[in-house]
Design a protein around this ligand. Structure first.
Ligand code: ADP
Ligand code: MG
Length: 489
């Protein structure tokens, strides 16, 4: 059982409240064609150009299951350590809506393709927390109504109708909006590693319904409200926090929470009722008579399992064990597969911790500033590796290396070339450094006297002066050592 930590509790007027969250995530399968038709899928295509007869519910058309989509659902289940059900059933979920020409959505109800699993959250303090997965089922997306094209007409675009979605349902295991955000990030990371969904929330390929309730710690679960269609992690966090406060205030002023489906308005930051439980839908689910139950052998599941890549949790554990990285650094590096690949190439032959620092702090910092990602990095992993070699063999100091990296970003040149062109080779010759130190001390006799009189805080000032006099090129360790010796005289 998951128990709330004290820091997660919310303060109300009558004491502390515990927030309970379960997420239902719709992840669009990254496939070339739809779940039950061969119509293509592409973002931004002209309306109604990617529609097969069956997607438009033409009479007599029959759905045919897309093997690739089934495989992606199995991959996703395996990636979430979940039970794969070798027999599952497609049901009709009946409701009327203009963008749903069939009058029903083909989904899975009682017998989903994937059963219980788990996902591990990486929390900001470096700890982890396990969240339960309830199920994953396959279903069709609906079409899209367009009300903003004409003052008196509405239009329907069926390009999305029939696109395969995986609905990934969590247990009510999360206890704060931040945990819900971490859940979304981790799930997106795993989906991208697997390649089963591109995780693009801006395009609507990954969206989330958040179920939120509150209770006094130790009480049984409270009545939940479901906030529909959250399309960014920020909206997930803001919607949950608003909804939690709303429920606490309602309960503390003597009210009751009615189960309802709500919408989040990102402009006002508020949730409002879309439909209440009283008029809740009765979908009249029944098995789709056009489709056989979906049955496959364990050998296929095994074959799919054999093709899974190393996933973020395993990669993180390996980085901590083999490279000695902190849980935090390892977590940052493995979250994105391209980042992890870059890191491993840059670290090859170098000190892995030094490489981790340079990738997470210096490289990511500069990429962030320029709004670039690792794929468009002006500095390749091999080039960063070259810079690390120069630091490790004392050709340049870490400080100079930062300016070299700036230059590499701007010019695309190799580190060694820049160091040579600009004459940045570090001064490691003891005699030369001693001469610079002597010069600095001679000019600051008063400070030397103060230091020797007990003002030891001045040491850093001397280091600064020597580094400046050497234009940053003196080896800092030697500078420290020589200064200590000379000042002690
Ligand atoms: P439905 O299919 O009607 O939406 P489910 O029982 O499948 O209902 O639950 C959907 C989601 O709601 C799941 O993610 C689950 O974890 C979450 N959930 C269930 N009960 C609660 C609760 N009391 N508070 C918060 N979330 C809940
Ligand atoms: Mg629901």
């Amino acid at each position: 059982m998951n128990t709330a930590t004290a820091t997660n509790l919310l303060q109300g007027e009558t004491g502390e409240w515990e927030l309970v969250i379960g997420l239902e995530v719709h992840a669009q399968v990254a496939s070339q064609s739809k779940l039950f038709s061969g119509a293509p899928i592409g973002f931004g295509a002209e309306p109604n150009t990617q529609v097969a007869f069956v997607d438009a519910a033409m009479p007599g058309m029959l759905p045919v299951i897309n093997r690739y989509c089934v495989e992606q659902a199995i991959r996703t289940g395996l990636g979430l350590h979940a039970k794969i059900n070798n027999r599952s059933v497609f049901d009709r979920k009946n409701y009327f809506y203009a963008d749903l020409p069939q009058g029903y959505q083909i989904s899975q109800f009682k017998d989903p393709i994937v059963g219980e699993g788990t996902i591990l959250l990486d929390l900001p303090d470096g700890s982890t927390r396990e969240i339960g997965i309830e199920r994953i089922h396959l279903e069709q997306d609906a079409g899209k109504s367009m009300h903003d094209q004409s003052p008196e007409k509405s239009f329907i675009d069926l390009n999305r109708a029939g696109v395969a979605l995986m609905e990934i349902v969590s247990k009510p295991d999360m206890r704060s909006a931040e945990e819900a955000a971490e859940y979304m990030k981790k799930l997106r990371s795993i989906l991208r590693y697997l390649g089963s969904c591109d995780g693009d929330m801006e395009k609507g390929n990954l969206r989330c319904d958040a179920n939120v309730s509150v209770r006094k710690p130790g009480d049984k679960l409270g009545t939940r409200n479901e906030i529909k269609n959250l399309n960014s992690i920020r909206n997930v966090v803001n919607a949950i926090n608003f909804e939690a406060r709303r429920q606490i205030e309602a309960l503390e002023s003597g009210g009751k929470i009615e189960q309802a489906t709500r919408l989040f308005d990102a402009n006002t930051g508020e949730t409002r009722v879309m439909r209440s439980k009283e008029d809740a839908h009765d979908y009249r689910y029944f098995p789709d008579p056009d489709l056989y139950p979906l049955v496959f052998g364990q050998d296929w599941v095994g074959a799919i399992k054999a093709t899974l890549p190393e996933l973020p949790d395993a990669k993180k554990a390996r980085y901590m064990k083999d490279f000695g990285l902190s849980p935090y650094d390892a977590g940052v590096l493995v979250a994105d597969r391209a980042n992890a690949d870059y890191y491993e190439e840059a670290a090859k032959g170098n000190d892995p911790k030094l490489a981790a620092n340079w990738v997470t702090a210096e490289l990511f910092g500069r990429l962030n500033k320029e709004g670039k990602d690792i794929e468009s990095s002006p500095v390749s992993a091999r080039q960063l590796s070259g810079l690390l070699v120069l630091i490790a063999d004392n050709t340049i100091s870490g400080k100079i290396a930062k300016t070299v990296l700036d230059e590499m970003f701007a010019s695309g040149k190799d580190a060694a070339v820049i160091v040579k062109e600009k004459g940045l080779v570090q001064v490691t010759d003891i005699g030369a450094i001693e001469a610079i130190v002597d010069g600095v001390l001679a000019k600051a006799a008063d400070k030397v006297a103060e230091y020797r009189g007990g003002k030891e805080g001045l040491f850093g000032w001397f280091v600064g002066q020597v580094m400046q006099a050497s234009k940053g090129k003196a080896n800092p360790a030697s500078v420290n050592e020589i200064l200590r010796k000379k000042l002690a005289l």
